[in-house]
Design a protein around this ligand. Structure first.
Ligand SMILES: Nc1nc2c(ncn2[C@@H]2O[C@H](COP(=O)(O)OP(=O)(O)O)[C@@H](O)[C@H]2O)c(=O)[nH]1
Ligand SMILES: [Mg+2]
Length: 448
């Protein structure tokens, strides 16, 4: 037996990938970014811009300063990545994501890692307050999540070094989930937080989720109920948020040293994240299908356009040839007629032979007949008009010659056919397999 490795071992990445969702997302992503046959590259060669799908979902956490945002992230990741404390610790935006190496990145490097977030550059001042923390943690579903920790929000005199409201709103729009943390003690009813929440609810109400964080600090059950009522009341006072059916689970970071009897729905947060990951897998697969169709339809419309161009060029070339021939033939005939006319018939018979000489005489005879038919004082005008007419013919010939459309070269056409085959045979087949796999996973998960 030859010692051939089984195919599954060929990709060293696979050994570190744990869940089918992760693998599906990674494989979809690599279909887009492959350096040789990536969909992004194929699409751009056709003049279509595609963005590779994200490999992870994005969860933005916002709320008042000291609401426990950073602590929640640390708890989820099970690593002390973000500074926590009562002081305003988080002034800017931090992306917290998993990777192979623990690393901290500054603004520019962060945008390099998240090209989807390039438009952040338009928010003046944000760049200096943008960073990323890469952790090697694989806890919970962290390998499929990027958290965005946002600046703690406060009312009043606090001056933010950038337009914090619009930056958070924009980032929220890009996220898959937005968690809003209200804590029972601090400024749970911070106006700035409510303003941003109201703005976000216009476009992304479905991904906005509210939590009463640090619920263990709310005191007795009755106190907690009161706090909850207060927050909900305040939220409902906002016209944009005045919807029934508010949900506000109570959560807190479990602390073995300080057990609390308060209900902790923090596991529900993890389930929400997991559910969103599954939806992201489905969306990514659907997008893959759409992008494949877009590429294929672009190719076929380009080929169709090319066929139209080829036939257009044929017509145009024929026109050009016709005008060109006339533009040259007519003046030659005109001049020739005068030359021929200066010879005697016998002389011409001798020169050209009898048959040809007769034809030439017939043609030039017509020209001479027409020439003599023109009154003598109009002959000069005629020559000028005739010259202009021939010039116009030549001009038209040139004009039509330049009217041809650029057509595809053989090589380009072959490449397009190759792309089309690749997408039909390889990408779509792979997408089908991944989808099947995803459905199997769902069936197993929900015990269908
Ligand atoms: N009792 C309790 N304290 C918490 C909880 N979450 C965070 N804290 C504390 O609240 C303070 C502010 O937390 P932090 O995560 O920095 O809030 P952030 O400003 O929203 O990022 C810190 O001292 C944390 O230790 C919680 O669930 N329960
Ligand atoms: Mg913080």
């Amino acid at each position: 037996m030859s010692g051939r490795k089984p195919r599954s071992v060929a990709n060293p990445l696979e050994s570190t990938i744990t869940t089918p969702s992760e693998r599906i997302l990674k494989e979809c992503h690599s279909l887009y970014v492959d350096s040789e046959n990536g969909l992004v590259k194929i699409a751009s060669s056709l003049g279509v811009r595609l963005l590779p799908p994200r490999k992870k979902i994005i969860v933005m956490i916002m709320g008042n300063h000291s609401a426990g945002k950073s602590s929640f992230i640390n708890w989820y990741v099970e690593e002390h990545i973000q500074k926590t404390g009562v002081a305003i610790e988080t002034q800017g935006f931090t992306f917290i994501t998993s990777g192979r190496k623990r690393e901290s990145l500054t603004g520019n490097a962060t945008l390099h890692l998240y090209p989807h977030f390039r438009p952040l550059l338009e928010f003046k001042g944000v760049m200096d307050y943008l960073s990323a923390e890469i952790s090697t943690s694989k806890q919970k579903k962290f390998s499929l999540v990027t958290f965005i920790d946002t600046p703690g929000l406060v009312d009043g005199d606090m001056i933010y070094p950038f337009d914090v409201n619009s930056a958070i709103t924009w980032l929220g729009e890009q996220s898959d989930l937005i968690f809003v943390f209200f804590d029972p003690m601090g400024q749970a009813l911070c106006k700035r937080t409510l303003n941003i929440v109201e703005k976000l609810s216009e476009k992304c109400a479905d991904k906005l989720l509210f939590y009463l964080s640090k619920a263990d600090e709310a005191g007795k059950e009755t106190d907690r109920q009161r706090v909850l009522m207060q927050i909900v009341q305040e939220l409902c006072r906002r016209p944009g948020l005045n919807k029934c059916g508010f949900e506000m689970p109570t959560i807190y970071i479990p602390n073995p040293q300080k057990p609390s009897r308060c209900v902790n729905e923090i596991d529900g947060v993890c389930q929400t994240i997991e559910k969103t990951i599954n939806q992201a897998v489905q969306k990514t697969l659907d997008q893959l299908e759409k992008d494949c169709d877009l590429i294929c339809s672009t190719i076929s419309s380009k080929l169709q356009q090319d066929r139209a161009d080829v036939s257009h060029n044929k017509t145009v070339r024929l026109h050009s040839l016709m005008y060109g021939t006339l533009g040259i033939f007519l003046p030659i005939l005109f001049i020739l007629s005068f030359i021929v006319n200066s010879f005697s018939k016998e002389h011409l018979d001798e020169l050209l032979g009898e048959g040809l000489s007769r034809t030439v005489f017939a043609f030039t005879g017509i020209v001479m007949y027409l020439w003599e038919w023109i009154p003598e004082d109009g002959q000069v005008v005629f020559v000028i008009v005739f010259g202009a007419f021939c010039y116009l013919l030549l001009f038209l010939a040139k004009y039509f010659a330049g009217r041809g459309n650029k057509t595809l070269s053989k090589k380009e056409k072959r490449k397009m056919a190759e792309y089309s085959d690749y997408i039909h045979d390889i990408v779509k087949t792979k997408k089908g397999k991944l989808y099947e796999w995803y459905l199997q996973q769902c069936a197993a998960e929900y015990d269908l």
